[in-house]
Design a binder for this molecule. Structure first.
Ligand code: FAD
Length: 289
């Protein structure tokens, strides 16, 4: 089923993002973790895809496995970086044959393989180009990335919004946000979107901090601000179990504030773990409804 319709039908959205495991043992662990999260009746799950090291092959493989074995709606991510434009069609046909109806269309991150890869020739330059290409299939509900603080390379928030608008004009039907730790960035982005006539569902991307160093590294790469009180809070914690507890508390507080402000769509960056998201959702159960 198309995510746009699932969200409409449920009146809310709950989704979990995973990356492709490297080994068969990792795959089995992931399946068990997803099984544990099924109790929350996810609207969909998604699988990332990065360039290089045959991650496209691994994404395709795990998408098929999750599709066959979980019974959930599984959305693959596709980037402009990998596959090349000439290799896109077989990849899309593969997903189409699986019964995939949803794709998250992304440019990918130049940090990892050099910005020159997006030359517009061998590779699409922007996610909007990939959205336009996917729209020609008239089969997929296409989602895109959106940025509460603006994308790192956007010169200003106005242009960031205009480029988001472009993705929607090319056919994107929902957006998922980059992680954010100050909710006012999300609320201000929603105001900007409203003023620009953007009215597709926007799903808040929640990153529970279960490994502070890892999240700090993501934040440096993506330009996402981790507010000083949060940095201080986590720098003072030594025991990794206490970090996880603090991360669950923080994400619970963040989601409660979002819920109080009418947000009903949540996407969890799980880093392939189940307990943190499960504990946050248990904490939120009465507010989520
Ligand atoms: P775009 O929308 O193409 O934007 C990239 C930059 O170009 C922005 O600064 C934008 O303002 C600018 N721009 C857009 N159009 C124009 C134009 N016409 N003229 C001038 N400038 C323009 N990365 C992966 O590699 N694999 C993944 O699986 C993955 N999953 C993600 C999931 C989510 C929910 C999110 C939020 C991000 C994900 N990313 C992933 C990261 C993403 O690829 C990066 O953030 C990347 O740097 C930008 O991708 P985009 O699709 O937003 O690009």
């Amino acid at each position: 089923m198309k995510i746009r319709e699932i969200i409409k039908g449920q009146g809310k959205c709950l989704s979990f993002e995973f990356f492709p495991p490297k080994t068969p043992v990792g795959e089995e662990k992931l399946l068990k973790r997803i099984e544990n999260l099924k109790v929350f009746n996810p609207s969909f799950i998604s699988v990332t895809q990065h360039a290089g090291s045959d991650t496209l092959g691994k994404t395709k493989h795990i998408v098929r496995k999750l599709h066959d074995e979980t019974g959930l709606t599984v959305m693959p991510h596709i980037t402009c970086a990998d596959p090349r434009r000439s290799e896109l069609e077989p990849v899309i046909n593969y997903y189409q044959q699986l019964g995939t109806e949803n794709i998250l269309a992304l440019r990918g991150d130049p940090e990892e393989y050099g910005a020159e890869v997006f030359d517009g020739q061998e590779h699409f330059r922007f996610a909007s180009d990939l959205v336009r290409f996917l729209a020609t299939y008239q089969r997929f509900c296409v989602g895109v990335a959106v940025y509460p603080e603006g994308h790192l390379e956007s010169p200003n928030l106005g242009l960031d919004t205009a480029h988001t608008r472009q993705k929607i004009d090319q056919g994107a039907e929902f957006g998922i946000t980059q992680m954010f730790f100050e909710n006012f960035h999300f609320y201000q982005m929603m105001d900007r979107f409203e003023q620009s006539g953007i009215d597709i569902p926007i799903i808040a991307g929640i990153m529970p901090i279960i490994d502070f160093q890892k999240v700090e590294r993501f934040s440096e790469l993506s330009g996402v601000e981790i507010p000083v009180p949060i940095v201080t809070r986590f720098e003072e914690i030594e025991d990794p179990d206490d970090v996880i507890k603090a991360g669950i508390d923080l994400a619970t507080e963040q989601c409660l504030d979002l819920l109080e402000n009418g947000v009903r769509y949540f996407h969890f960056y799980t880093l392939n773990r189940d307990e943190p998201a499960a504990m946050i959702l248990n904490n939120l159960s009465s507010a989520l409804g």
